[in-house]
Write a protein that binds this ligand. Structure first.
Ligand SMILES: Cc1cc2nc3c(=O)[nH]c(=O)nc-3n(C[C@H](O)[C@H](O)[C@H](O)COP(=O)(O)OP(=O)(O)OC[C@H]3O[C@@H](n4cnc5c(N)ncnc54)[C@H](O)[C@@H]3O)c2cc1C
Length: 497
């Protein structure tokens, strides 16, 4: 193994999600240096975001610091930053943190930048119905959900109506929407029931909407119907064939299949419908001609490389290949495959051939002790499916600390019927709107390097003047002496001190 960093094969990995983290870890023993560039400092376990939003888990339990996860991997460096450009010709990646740019060269590149929420061209819905893709999203939703109960208690104390505050709408009946609706129903009907005086939280309505005709389509018709029945049993109103056409602060509009439009008054709305692949896919498509599908996913070769660029691998939610689903296992297995391919090439071994995805199944939790699971031909529901869900999530949560923490929090929720993470702050709820008001985004919160020097020098002069004045006041005995009695020539200075 070469120890000379200059001569070693340089791998740049974009993203610290499932694809990015697993490819980096799998390169641990390879004769390479890995530079992971990611927009966040943590590795996020997205499948449990809804539990952060509904107060079951803390954000730390599902998002350990990537730096800590990779602390013992000597050939891996982590750099915080948003990749803004990939130049396939010069083999460089440019990333940006608060306006400062860094350019990194690569021999191999792995792009695993994931996907974001899609509002199907209605991005303005996001302000009123946040999606769930990041820790920021989950904490904002936590604030909005628990905040709605607080506002209802106040309104009821004033004798005002509370229906719009106690109506929660989840848009999208995929696994995330189902899990979210189930948890809000448990909050309203069980967890919070004794905590309020003016409202009865059991009067809450939890509505799960979808334009499709069934719940959980990827689980098949039978499990979809079971999930719907289970949701209704715990008090979720499932409304199918319902297309959301408008969203505002106080509610949303829904168009039915027969063309009729109705309004639902609801302050707390959650968007769990649709994903859009990361825009870096477009950058790659423009430079290679590789087509993008409707969700912005890029077509890759069967070995996950970019057409015409065997040195570039694209993973996970960004790829369009053989109808692979946007799930964690596609990214994890793709990451391990790409790492093996890079190592094989360096060792002169033959290519592995096409990437083969092994489908380990899908599962969604519905309520306490109840879940649905589809594993090959096996379709399970109820307690057995829930136990499987528990085992799989414990196994794949990154880090021993996270697993222990999650297990304790789950015991509090599932056995004790309580929630350990109900703290919310105003900043969690309103920061998104405040940040969007900045023209240049977060860049406006910091000054340019030159500007900072000028600020530092001005501040230094100010501090020196204050120190000089303080010392003069002490030395001349002017402290505590009214201005008119101050030694001659000192009154003006004292007045301004
Ligand atoms: C709420 C929710 C629930 C889910 N539930 C399940 C489930 O139960 N089971 C399942 O299998 N899958 C589930 N998924 C899907 C699963 O999480 C994804 O398929 C998986 O995370 C994809 O991995 P990835 O590496 O492609 O992307 P991600 O894990 O999303 O990682 C993308 C990474 O890229 C970084 N990044 C993005 N843009 C840039 C940039 N410009 N520069 C630098 N870094 C960037 C991000 O910060 C992140 O670190 C769920 C997803 C969500 C959102």
């Amino acid at each position: 193994m070469s120890t000379d960093k200059q001569n070693r094969h340089q791998v740049v990995v974009i993203g610290s999600g499932f694809g990015g983290l697993f490819v980096t870890k799998a390169l641990k023993r390879a004769d390479v240096d890995v530079t992971m560039v990611a927009k966040t400092t943590h590795h996020l376990f997205q499948p449990l975001l809804y539990q952060v939003a509904t107060g079951i888990l803390s954000q730390g339990e599902i998002a350990p610091p990537t730096r800590e996860v990779l602390a013992r991997q000597k050939n891996a460096q982590v750099l915080l930053g948003e990749v803004t450009a990939i130049d396939l010709e010069s083999r460089t990646v440019t990333h940006n943190v608060l306006g400062r740019e860094t350019v990194t060269s690569y021999d191999s590149l792995v792009v695993a930048a994931g996907a974001s929420q899609s509002y199907f061209g209605n991005d303005h819905f996001a302000e009123f119905a946040p999606g769930m893709k990041s820790i920021d999203d989950a904490l904002e939703l936590r604030g909005r959900i628990f905040g709605a109960f607080e506002m209802a208690e106040n309104a009821a104390s004033r004798g005002e109506p509370t229906d719009h505050l106690l109506t929660f709408v989840v848009v999208g009946a995929g696994p995330t929407g189902v899990e979210m609706a189930g948890q809000i129903a448990e909050l309203a009907h069980k967890t919070l029931r004794k905590d309020f005086r003016a409202i009865d939280t059991r009067d809450s309505r939890v509505i799960l909407l979808d334009a499709a005709p069934q719940v959980l389509p990827p689980f098949g018709a039978k499990l979809g119907a079971k999930a719907k029945a289970e949701l209704e049993k715990i008090g979720v109103e499932v409304q199918l064939g319902a297309m959301v056409t408008a969203v505002d602060e106080r509610g949303l509009e829904v168009k039915e299949k027969d063309g009729s439009v109705r309004r639902i008054d609801s302050v707390a709305k959650i968007w769990a419908a649709g994903v859009q692949a990361n825009p870096l896919g477009r950058t790659l498509s423009e430079q290679t001609g590789a087509p993008l599908d409707r969700a912005g996913r890029i077509a890759v070769n069967p070995d996950l490389t970019l057409p015409g660029h065997p040195e570039v691998f694209v993973l996970g939610d960004m790829i369009s290949l053989d109808h692979l689903p946007g799930v964690a296992q596609v990214a994890i297995q793709g990451g391990k495959f790409a790492a093996r391919e890079i190592d094989n090439r360096l060792n002169g071994k033959a290519p592995q051939g096409p990437f083969k995805y092994f489908d380990k199944g899908s599962m969604a939790i519905i309520s306490k002790f109840r879940a649905v699971a589809s594993v090959g031909k096996l379709k399970l529901s109820g307690f057995v499916a829930w136990l499987m869900w528990l085992a799989v999530h414990l196994m794949y949560l990154t880090g021993f600390k996270s697993r222990i923490g999650a297990l304790l929090s789950w015991a509090i929720t599932f056995i004790g019927n309580d929630r350990s993470e109900r703290t919310v702050t105003e900043q969690q709820i309103f920061a998104r709107v405040a940040l969007e008001r900045l023209d240049g985004g977060t860049r406006e919160l910091v000054s340019d390097p030159g500007e900072m020097d000028a600020i530092i020098e001005a501040r230094r002069a100010e501090l020196e003047a204050v120190a000089e004045e303080e010392s003069r006041l002490t030395d001349t005995g002017a402290r505590g002496v009214p201005d008119e009695k101050a030694p001659e020539g000192q009154s003006e200075a004292s007045a301004t001190s």
